[in-house]
Design a protein around this ligand. Structure first.
Ligand SMILES: [Zn+2]
Length: 351
């Protein structure tokens, strides 16, 4: 099969992840992959290029072992300079969940999406280092994502109210990869906030089960999607009591360590699969599955974002050349029109 090669200007969505397992999950979500393109010597990112729906996507990962907000900022700035048509960034990967903010009942494998609230743009930046008494300081309120992205989020939210969510369907694309298998509810352990992990085990085998928080079983394994504020910092939270104090003070539902580096500069939405509860029991067991649910939600969201004019030109060029083109939408001045196939698009184009 001939590989599809586009130009840098054809890519309109940047997708940033931090771990190789997140990059793998992202790659599987692509509807098609594209040939790599040369980049300037100053761009050190390694890209995976491809398409989801009508969007061409450049996926970049943080350098191995170098997480954190500064690293994310560097990756984002290199990505947006190599691909000049990028309209927004998605920061996709795993995060630490706050178990029950406002009775939301967040479980491992669920998805958390940054949503603006009050004066915040969806991500709250905080830091422990600057206050003398060991408390944290809120150091930034980051810009909110573009209206276009927020409208797409609202669209997906309404789909879920109507029972039309697609995350579970998209995760099934990963069923042939053993790393991404659902670990099972029996491995979703939430301990009381003041009960600390028994070292040195990397799992909670030696931890006291009588200190588990009793929660009802869910009737379905379909991940839930929660919307709210996400806290971002270079410091990883591994303490249940600190987690709950921060969650209450900042009104947040999830912790992560990269987004604050992105949001000041570029429209960005943060999508996190919950892999732990930001306490001392945190381990790697849920990393892959949580990375998968976040990537699956991102795919669903992209299907809700209308494509743009530049893409329409690409459509026309490819269509004229009689080349393979799998899009289902034709873009008119008033917005996207669903057509179902390319030949119908050609008809409208000629009217
Ligand atoms: Zn433990």
């Amino acid at each position: 099969m001939t590989e599809i090669q586009l130009s840098h200007a054809d890519y309109t969505v940047g997708w940033i992840c931090a771990l190789s397992v997140e990059m793998a999950a992202a790659s599987v979500m692509l509807d098609e992959t594209h040939s790599n393109l040369p980049v300037h010597a100053s761009d050190h990112n390694a890209y995976t290029l491809g398409r989801i729906g009508n969007h061409n996507i450049a996926i970049a990962s943080l350098p191995s072992g170098v997480a954190g907000t500064t690293s994310a900022a560097v990756v984002a700035s290199q990505l947006t300079s190599s691909f000049p048509s990028i309209r927004f960034l998605l920061m996709v990967g795993i995060g630490g969940g706050v178990p029950d903010p406002d009775d939301k009942d967040i479980r491992l494998g669920d998805v958390v999406v940054s949503q603006p609230g009050g004066t915040s743009g969806g991500v709250v930046q905080f830091d422990f280092g600057k206050a003398q008494d060991g408390t944290f300081q809120r150091t930034g309120m980051l810009n909110k994502p573009s209206e276009q992205l927020l409208r797409a989020v609202a669209k997906v939210q309404s789909d879920y109210i109507l029972g039309r969510g697609k995350v579970f369907d998209y995760i099934s694309k990963l069923k042939n990869f053993s790393d991404f298998v659902y670990p099972g509810e029996a491995k979703d352990l939430l301990f009381q906030p003041d009960y600390h992990h028994t070292a040195p085990a990397s799992t909670c085998k030696r931890c006291d089960r009588s200190r588990l928080v009793v929660r009802l079983s869910r009737s379905s394994t379909v991940p839930k999607v929660h919307y709210g504020l996400i806290a971002s910092s270079n410091q990883v939270i591994r303490d249940g009591e600190k987690r709950d104090r921060l969650a209450e003070d900042l009104d947040i539902i999830c912790f992560e360590t990269e987004a604050a580096g992105l949001m000041d500069n570029f429209p960005c939405l943060v999508i996190r699969g919950i892999s732990d509860y930001a306490d001392s029991h945190k381990n790697d067991q849920w990393h892959a599955y949580a990375a998968a649910t976040a990537a699956a939600f991102s795919k669903e969201l992209l299907h809700a974002v209308p494509s743009i004019q530049g893409y329409q030109e690409r459509y026309r060029q490819q269509d004229r050349g009689g080349q393979y083109y799998p899009g289902n939408y034709y873009i008119t001045g008033s917005g996207p029109v669903f057509l179902g196939n390319v030949s119908a698009g050609r008809d409208i184009n000629n009217r």
